[in-house]
Write a protein that binds this ligand. Structure first.
Ligand SMILES: NC(=O)c1ccc[n+]([C@@H]2O[C@H](COP(=O)([O-])OP(=O)(O)OC[C@H]3O[C@@H](n4cnc5c(N)ncnc54)[C@H](OP(=O)(O)O)[C@@H]3O)[C@@H](O)[C@H]2O)c1
Length: 316
């Protein structure tokens, strides 16, 4: 039996659906029925349910976006740092293996291969870097799980949200029997305020940048496959291999939906941060070699994106 914490949320509900589909017995735990943020009550739950695995899909994400965490700081620390630490302690005492849904937003930029050397570029909007992204995508390499976060409280600037996610990983980094599954900008075929494809269609102006992203169902599929296949515990970048620019995704939307309207873009970072955002945004490319080496399948990002647009449904 699997305990699913945060099963009411955007990612948690996708885990619940996949567990249901696979007929894996599970119990969804919500703060409104069991206060899993309280150590004693979480320990009591584990003692009673004796789960074989626990997934923590709970956390504090800023709504409507990460700027909200700049103000709701204690909520972000409690949800993204204290909660994983508390779950880790409870699972350790109870001997329950578990997984933390984390985020790739703890990095900025990508590694660029040039003249046989690899250098880090934290700002992928710089014209000379963007030219490499557009003209020579194979030279753009992602951060691996061995790279230290570079968009965190330890390496600023960062958003408060990203800072708490990096710290949340740090506090459980030595925990036994623990997976850290890094998600990045979820999207799928279901119209939803939280879906990257919905967001892009609704923005007055689009912020153009470069990112690795995760198809929501591909993500939960791959995560559960890691656990079911007995892959080594540890941290995994769980994104669809490759990366996309916002402009590429907008072009795919226009092509697939035969949208005539012209999408507007922010001119540059200066305009974006002056008029639309307060917290710095993480834009980054992640390397999925470690995930794929386990044998777990993840479609290339273009394929997952094209299929989501082909199957697009506003009904959900
Ligand atoms: N969505 C994204 O874009 C994204 C990207 C990368 C990583 N992530 C990570 O994925 C995890 C799930 O995100 P999500 O998008 O599914 O979030 P969500 O829709 O807001 O759901 C999160 C759930 O967490 C629980 N929760 C526990 N403590 C909380 C707190 N302090 N503040 C708010 N909710 C709290 C709530 O469930 P109950 O009240 O029912 O217990 C809530 O339904 C988070 O760790 C997030 O950082 C999300």
């Amino acid at each position: 039996m699997v305990i699913l914490i945060g099963g009411s949320g955007y990612m948690g509900s996708a885990f619940a659906a996949e567990l249901h589909k696979r007929q894996i017995p599970h119990q969804i735990v919500s703060r409104c029925t069991t206060d899993y943020t309280n150590f004693e009550s979480l320990c009591r739950l584990l003692e009673k349910a004796k789960p074989s695995f626990l997934i923590n899909a709970a956390g504090a994400v800023g709504k409507p976006n990460v700027d909200a965490c700049e103000l709701a700081r204690s909520e972000a620390v409690l949800g993204n740092v204290v909660l994983p630490q508390l779950i880790s302690n409870a699972c350790d005492i109870s001997g329950v293996p578990w997984a933390q849904v984390s985020s790739g937003c703890i990095y900025s930029g990508a590694k660029i291969l040039s003249d046989g050397k690899v250098r880090i570029e934290k700002d992928l909007t710089l014209p000379h870097v963007r030219q490499i992204v557009d003209d020579s995508p194979s030279s753009v390499l992602g951060y691996s799980e061995d790279d230290s976060p570079n968009f965190s409280f330890r390496e600023s600037p960062c958003s408060f949200y990203s800072g708490t996610k990096a710290l949340g990983e740090e506090v459980i980094s030595k925990a036994k029997q623990t997976y850290i599954w890094r998600l990045r900008i979820p999207f799928d075929e279901y119209d939803n305020d939280r879906n990257y494809l919905t967001k892009l269609q609704r923005y007055d102006r689009v912020y153009d940048n470069v990112n690795s992203i995760s198809h929501r169902q591909d993500f939960v599929h791959a995560c559960l496959d890691l656990w079911v296949s007995g892959a080594n515990f540890g941290t995994y970048n769980v994104t669809n291999p490759g990366f996309v620019t916002s402009r590429q995704v907008v072009e795919m939307i226009q092509r697939n939906f035969k949208v005539r309207r012209a999408f507007k873009f922010w001119k540059d970072d200066e305009e974006f941060y002056r008029l639309a955002a307060s917290a710095p945004r993480s834009n980054c490319v992640l390397d999925t070699t470690k995930l794929l080496a386990t044998g777990v399948k993840m479609r290339p990002v273009e394929e997952a994106m094209e299929e989501s647009l082909l199957r697009w449904s506003s009904a959900v």
